[in-house]
Design a protein around this ligand. Structure first.
Ligand code: ADP
Ligand code: MG
Length: 234
């Protein structure tokens, strides 16, 4: 079966005041359809850089990336944005919601870029919010919601276009334990229900334990890649 993501020898270096910082030094990785993987590693090891590449928010210095079988290196910026819009959902630590915009309109936004009509947009956004347990918060703005609710709105926005892969960079990093657990329960349910592959970055072992695979990154390389039994399977 076509991998959801397939990276071959990805590198990324940044120029910082004339000095090259090698954030990624050759990462090869295959994420299958419906997989649930956690990327762990110390601060500065390259986790966010890798996530941005996997999510086509950035381009590698060298190496290849296939997203759902499509090699991205040959694509123009417009084609890349379109591929991203159709196949990838991205969730950030700090939610990145539009502050003055309702939950419904935040979630509907990716469909605007896809040319979906207003009625269908609102219908699909409502369904996505219902799927994350926020059917009663459609007209709330981000400031009127808890952190956990805001992150669930961001997850609904990431999923409204029915992507193959959901990428989440420290999705519970700004949440307290209760809200973090709520968001993780939601991700578990979405992964087993809709079969979307999930790759998340985390510092927290109990968050990483939700995934069936743990990818350890250090100094811009994968140092260990292990399949783990989930807590409820033990
Ligand atoms: N835009 C940038 N410009 C220069 N250096 C960067 C930039 N982004 C990240 N880096 C450097 O790349 C390395 C990896 O960063 P990052 O991927 O953010 O790590 P992590 O998410 O694991 O904490 C770090 O040394 C960081 O300082
Ligand atoms: Mg990071």
């Amino acid at each position: 079966m076509t991998a959801a993501l397939e990276a071959v020898e990805l590198t990324r270096s940044y120029q910082l005041e004339g000095v090259a910082v090698e954030a990624l030094r050759g990462v090869s990785l295959r994420i299958g359809q419906g997989e649930f993987a956690a990327i762990v590693g110390p601060s500065g090891s390259g986790k966010s850089t890798l996530m941005h590449l996997l999510g086509c928010l950035d381009r590698p210095t060298s190496g290849q990336l296939r997203v759902n079988g499509v090699e991205m290196s040959g694509l123009s910026d417009t084609q890349l944005a379109e591929l991203r819009n159709r196949t990838i959902g991205f969730v950030f630590q700090s939610f990145h919601l539009l502050a003055r915009t309702s939950a419904l309109d935040n979630v509907a936004l990716p469909l605007v870029y896809r040319g979906v009509g207003r009625t269908e947009r609102r219908e699909r956004a409502r369904a996505a919010l219902e799927a994350v347990g926020l059917g009663h918060r459609l007209d709330h703005r981000p400031s009127q919601m808890s952190g956990g609710e805001q992150q669930r709105v961001a997850i609904a926005r990431a999923l409204v276009g029915e992507p193959k892969v959901l990428l989440a960079d420290e999705p519970t990093g700004n949440l307290d334990t209760h809200n973090g657990a709520e968001v993780m329960a939601m991700l578990d349910r979405l992964n087993s229900g809709s079969g979307v592959a999930i790759v998340l970055v985390t510092h927290e072992q109990d968050v990483a334990a939700h995934a069936r695979r743990q990818i350890h990154v250090r100094d811009g390389r994968i140092e260990l890649d292990t399949a783990t039994a989930r807590e409820e399977d033990r």
